[in-house]
Design a protein around this ligand. Structure first.
Ligand code: SF4
Length: 176
């Protein structure tokens, strides 16, 4: 199904702590999974920023010196048609990393979700587990196509603090 809009929580055009290299990060709005201790509860509801997918893709494709696109959330697979459309319109030179709270079994047993897995270069799948000390917190790494190497997804130990328009945004994966 072709959709026009995507519901966004936040954008960060130039991040170095959300996957290998410099990346454009899209946090999608909306998540039905309710992981205990969720690190981003503001993404749960439906009140995000509605953007035209073609405009967002244009913004991504025009961003200079980035290696890839990271899709995070919220839950990207909650907006399946929108992220498929976004991936289709994204410059094919950019690699794509997906963070999803859905497990490997949930994704591969659902044809529509599985299609997304086949469209991205790497995915970290599974519910967030606040009890695990590993920075990926119980997620399973899935690699596809060889553009992202497993060693590039060793846990990042850095955070990134971005100040913009009087707002502070702290992002990245870190070990507690
Ligand atoms: S999948 Fe992510 S956003 Fe959704 S509840 Fe779990 S940790 Fe929070």
């Amino acid at each position: 199904m072709t959709v026009e809009n995507i519901n966004i929580h936040q954008l960060l055009p130039n991040s170095e702590v959300n996957g290998p290299g410099k990346r454009f990060v899209v946090w999608l709005q909306g998540c039905p999974l309710n992981c205990p201790g969720c690190f981003n509860p503001l993404t749960h509801g439906s009140q995000g920023i509605l953007m035209k997918i073609s405009d967002l893709a244009k913004q991504i494709n025009q961003t200079k010196d980035i290696r890839g696109l990271t899709l995070s959330g919220g839950e990207p697979l909650f907006q399946l048609d929108a992220i498929k459309q976004l991936i289709r319109l994204t410059d094919k030179r950019l690699d794509i990393l997906l963070f999803s709270g859905y497990s490997w079994n949930e994704v591969v047993n659902d044809e529509a979700k599985k299609q997304v897995l086949q469209m991205v270069d790497a995915a970290l799948l599974g519910r967030y587990n606040q009890k695990l000390s590993h920075p990926f917190r119980g997620k399973k790494l899935v690699l596809h196509g060889g553009r992202i190497k497993p060693e590039e997804l060793k846990p990042w130990l850095s955070t990134e603090i971005v100040l913009s328009d009087g707002k502070v945004q702290i992002t990245g994966l870190y070990k507690k």
